[in-house]
Design a protein around this ligand. Structure first.
Ligand SMILES: NC(=O)c1ccc[n+]([C@@H]2O[C@H](COP(=O)([O-])OP(=O)(O)OC[C@H]3O[C@@H](n4cnc5c(N)ncnc54)[C@H](OP(=O)(O)O)[C@@H]3O)[C@@H](O)[C@H]2O)c1
Length: 371
């Protein structure tokens, strides 16, 4: 029990270990992980974040990897571990899970939603207590509002729930198919009016396009509640900050995707230790220049007896966003839960941002990201 507090405020026993053992950091970190069932909350009820009518945990978990073989090396024999990961998250107060109808490769298309559906069914929680934020792809064959509503119904079937928490438009087609874009906006209105989604959000929208859809939905009586965008210490440029300011002024919650820079901000990869698969192409470009940032993350982690991932996620929380780190294992979920219940100081935030500026290459932006 009390494992939550071990993360926020180190246990004196662990501190003793740190003074007496050369591998102290590792040992503290392992001793500080919460057990599957924890009785002490990682965050207090007043730290819940409002997304329109919903109250969500200050961090959600992303499930892009759940079903994706190509990029994330998913195998069906990982499902028991993913269920354990889900149960651990829910037991520790995480109530937001991000997915998409396009997640899952090849014959596994939709697998992330299907797994979430199975896990919710098998969970002790009521389905209303778990907020699924799914995204509907703007596939070229989805041209009418009713096709978008049907997409939403298919997601509901896979998820085996009556209502989706946040129905999000996965990407804007404004750059290449503006007519499709407006039809799909009407699709979002229709799914909201039919009561299929509790809130409506967008993803990969820049400030200009966000304002347009916000105003349109408002004119149709539908509040735009969230904007999901790549946001991390590796994706914190002018565009992201402009979007954040706009979200603040419109009362929209910014959901940070890839808060760990696809894994680069965990500290476990280096130019000589790359992940398998296509991620290595991106990592090869960025990692050689990432030392100042990784060093700063590591210094702060050591001082605070946290891990590099926990610092990177906490930075997103301190910027007023809801991060949704992707998790593939119980171990990663346990570690990332330790990003909750405390805050970086303003000096630490400045230090990290300064170090991020010193690191020359940033994350590649999503090809669908609009202005
Ligand atoms: N709207 C969009 O277009 C969009 C785009 C991308 C993502 N998203 C959403 O955002 C979520 C998160 O983004 P992401 O998955 O792209 O990247 P991320 O959160 O930056 O990185 C996740 C990856 O980092 C590694 N990791 C996570 N925690 C770790 C830990 N504590 N220690 C060591 N390694 C750890 C895992 O991969 P390895 O173990 O393989 O390294 C994990 O899959 C996605 O799952 C998805 O729901 C949305």
């Amino acid at each position: 029990m009390a494992s939550h507090f071990l993360i926020s405020s180190p246990n004196p026993k662990n501190l003793l270990l740190s003074r007496t053992n050369n591998h102290s950091q590792r040992i503290i970190y392992q001793a500080s992980l919460p057990t599957a069932r924890s009785l002490v909350p990682l965050y207090w009820p007043w730290e819940k974040v409002k997304i329109g009518p919903l109250s969500v945990s200050p961090m959600g978990f992303g499930t892009w990897a759940w079903g994706n073989q190509l990029l994330w090396g998913y195998q069906e024999n990982m499902d028991d571990g993913l269920k354990e990961t889900f149960d651990l998250a829910v037991a520790n107060g995480i109530n937001l899970f991000d997915t998409a109808d396009s997640y899952g490769t090849g014959r596994l298309n939709g697998q992330s939603e299907r797994l979430l559906g199975k896990f919710i069914k098998g969970s002790e929680k009521n389905e209303d207590d778990i907020i699924i934020a799914t995204k509907f792809a703007a596939y070229p064959w989805r041209l009418t509002p009713s096709q978008f509503v049907n997409a939403c119904k298919s997601s509901l079937d896979r998820l085996q729930i009556k209502k989706i928490g946040i129905g999000q438009f996965h990407w804007s087609t404004a750059k290449y198919a503006p007519l499709q874009e407006s039809a799909l906006w009407d699709g979002l209105v229709a799914m909201h009016d039919k009561g299929l989604v509790r809130a409506v959000g967008v993803s990969n929208y820049g400030p200009k396009q966000l304002l347009k859809i916000h105003d349109y939905l408002k004119s149709r009586g539908v509040p735009l509640c969230s904007a999901q965008v790549q946001f991390s210490l590796l994706s914190n440029g002018k565009e992201q900050m402009e979007l954040k300011d706009l979200c603040n002024s419109l009362g929209i919650c910014l959901i940070s995707y890839s808060p760990l820079g696809l894994g680069m901000l965990t500290g476990k990869y280096s130019a000589s230790n790359l992940p398998p698969g296509p991620r290595s192409f991106i990592f090869r470009q960025i990692l050689p220049g990432l030392n100042p940032l990784l060093q700063s993350l590591n210094d702060i982690a050591q001082k605070r007896r946290k891990t590099v991932s926990q610092i990177a996620i906490n930075w997103c929380i301190c910027k007023g966003t809801v991060p949704i780190p992707g998790v593939k294992t119980v171990r990663q979920a346990k570690e990332n839960l330790g990003a909750l219940g405390w805050r970086l100081s303003s000096d630490e935030i400045l230090e990290l941002e300064y170090a991020a500026k010193e690191s020359p290459k940033k994350m590649v932006q999503n090809i669908f990201q609009t202005r």
